[in-house]
Design a protein. Structure first.
Length: 323
């Protein structure tokens, strides 16, 4: 299909590329799942679906003899990449020179051959307990500064990630995918329309079945910690409705000691593809929360039709391109 894409994960050995893919597939109990992972031999290929597209994932082994082969045969290995996810172990400062030199050589090839693939740079192994450590923050600053000259030539984003907070990996992957497809524009507009008609909305998120975010709204003044908490809540309640074979689940929690929230997650099965919509409201008055949940529930049919329309419209575009 014309809209199918190739996503390549590159970086030095032990940077965490395979762990990132494992996290995307497993979603739950990731630290346990990555134990005992062996170094990738050459290129491991797999695929996932996204909004009825096939995303072909190429995990490039990072051992030196493999890297030498890729760089010696760039046209063969690098010319058909649609999205590059470049992974840097942010704890391993002794190998920053090698990691950045490898990226530089890849991007020089892209530039010479007019390959405009977007780039996601994962500042990986930025684990929760060390994320604000001065050494790690300094390492992040060094890496960003050295890669920054490429920002003028490519669509590029930097994302801190780790396997203990799956949402950090989902966010990085989602941002990359959003640069390949435009389906989320209609969903984004619809989310903003809903938010304008409701009270006390702190967040409204839409994910497809593989955890890729396709639409999002966060209240402007939310702290980073609050956003992380909301994404963690999504992981918890999504697992709950999947394990319980439910379509919907309501819950209450706190984003911090002072901010109590109520939420609901709703699943939609469209043409055999699952989508999840998460609404988070700040809880001031229970009657208001009930009223807002009822209003949101009345929007389910419209959400369903928009998601279905995007799928059908994209299938029609693919048919036209293949005609």
């Amino acid at each position: 299909m014309v809209s199918d894409k190739k996503v390549a994960l590159l970086g030095l050995d032990n940077a965490g590329k395979t762990s990132i893919l494992t996290a995307m597939r497993k979603k739950f109990d990731v630290p346990e799942a990555v134990k005992g992972l062996k170094p990738t031999k050459k290129i491991e290929r797999s695929s996932v679906t996204f909004m009825d597209h096939m995303i072909y994932l190429h995990d490039f082994g990072g051992q030196k003899h493999y890297m030498d082969e890729y760089l010696k045969n760039k046209m063969r290995y690098l010319s058909s990449i649609d999205l590059l996810i470049y992974v840097i172990d942010i704890q391993d400062s002794l190998r920053f020179d090698s990691a950045i030199a490898y990226l530089d050589e890849i991007l020089e090839f892209f530039e010479e051959n007019k390959i405009d693939a977007p780039i996601v740079v994962c500042l990986h192994k930025c684990d929760p307990k060390i994320g604000e450590d001065p050494t790690i923050l300094k390492n992040i600053g060094i890496v960003k500064h050295r890669i920054r000259p490429w920002l003028e030539k490519f669509k590029m984003g930097f994302y801190k990630s780790n396997i203990f907070e799956i949402h950090t990996i989902i966010q990085a992957f989602s941002r990359g995918i959003s640069m390949l497809y435009t389906q989320n524009e209609a969903i984004q507009k619809f989310l903003l329309d809903i938010v304008d008609k409701m009270e006390n909305v702190m967040s409204l998120l839409v994910f497809e079945q593989n955890g890729i975010e396709i639409g999002s709204y966060f209240l402007e003044n939310l702290t980073l910690g609050m956003k992380k908490k909301i994404l963690t809540l999504y992981e918890i309640v999504q697992r709950r409705i999947l394990d319980g074979n439910m379509n919907s689940y309501e819950f209450s929690d706190r984003l911090d000691w002072a901010t109590k929230v109520s939420g609901v997650i709703q699943s939609f099965d469209i043409e055999g593809l699952l989508f999840f919509v998460l609404l988070i409201l700040e809880e001031h008055d229970e009657a208001v929360v009930i009223d807002q949940f009822n209003f949101f529930e009345q929007s389910y049919n419209e959400i369903y039709e928009i998601l279905k329309g995007i799928l059908l419209d994209d299938e029609e575009k693919a048919k036209q391109l293949n005609a």
